[in-house]
Write a protein that binds this ligand. Sequence first.
Ligand code: F6R
Ligand code: MG
Ligand code: MG
Length: 379
Amino acid sequence: MSEKITVSVIKADVGSVVGHSRPHPSMMDKCREMLTDGQKQGIIEDFYVTRVGDDINLLMTHYKGENHKDVHGLAWNAFMEATKLAKKMKMYAAGQDLLTDAFSGNVKGAGPGSAEMEFAERASEPMLFFMADKTEPAAYSLPLSRIFLDPFTTTGLVIDARAKKGFDVEIHDVKDSKKVVMSSPEETLSILSLLGDTTRYAIKRITSRSGIGPAAVVSTDKLNMTAGKYVGKDDPVCICRSQSGLPAVGEFLQPFMNTMLVAGWMRGSHVGALYPCSVDNSDPTYFDGPPRICCIGFQLNDGRFQGIEPMDSKPGIHQPIDFFEGQVWDHVRSNAVKASKMMRGHGPFMPAILSPEEMEYTSRPEVLKELTKRLEKLD
Ligand code: F6R
Ligand code: MG
Ligand code: MG
């Protein structure tokens, strides 16, 4: 195939069963039905419907390029139909992430998150899909920095000639809607000087400097900013291509062995540790969390997702590798619970809660209003 393939992940929380836990299976089935139609109509080449916690993730391949109205429209309609079911079943927060009645051809600014990359499919194309719940896009900045900028994580940066050429990192200022592309290794320390401020900066995209094309893309649609007020954390996804001049699958996974604190837990207002787990184990079970991260992998096969399903299985039925499922991650999970518990020990005090500007919920303006007359100047 010479034509470039586009891999799109469009995701939304349109309601779940028992608080913010898990979309009802019939909502996921409805999305599958809608995407099967889209596949028949030739809008998309292939798809896989999955979830992390209460978010439905639509993985799609097509030859239409990024931001295509038909692909975005298909995802939007799937979420609308899933919402109808959610409302009928009185699911919690039904339709939460669909912020407009007048869809204008692109999910950007309309509520759902999206990450898309267009590239020439290589002879063999191993792909990873990270999906997080109860956190924000900048949660990927630390692990992606380790993967693409840190030779103590990715030995390939030292010993693979193509990886050694480095990577271009597109950084978004999610508050002021600005972007900049910086190059590693030359500008690594300056890159980290920005990314360290996770309230403002997040990695959007990473591109190979040896001509392989895009290597990672994150959904950075800051929902709270989009809606003009906080309506929930983004629960971002990250699409990655790996191997042969890019970080190996194992190099992508390695940083998740570290326990990382991220923002967005409980009421979008707390800090908790990232808990790597399988898709099946991604229901939030402790204080609406801890923030979950899943990682599934597919090969691409001429624009189709190739998992471990039998070769003659039906289109749209796929079985990815679920990388965080196994026992090797048990001690990381247990460390994540320990770290999260430690944060919980602070109750409503910082650093367990976010800085005032980042809180999704706050009662402070009302409290201060009530106190107006009682507030006195210090002597
Ligand atoms: C939502 C989430 C939850 C909610 C919390 C309060 O995905 O992360 O932690 O923020 O359960 O929800 P409401 O305000 O709907 O009662
Ligand atoms: Mg939710
Ligand atoms: Mg969620």
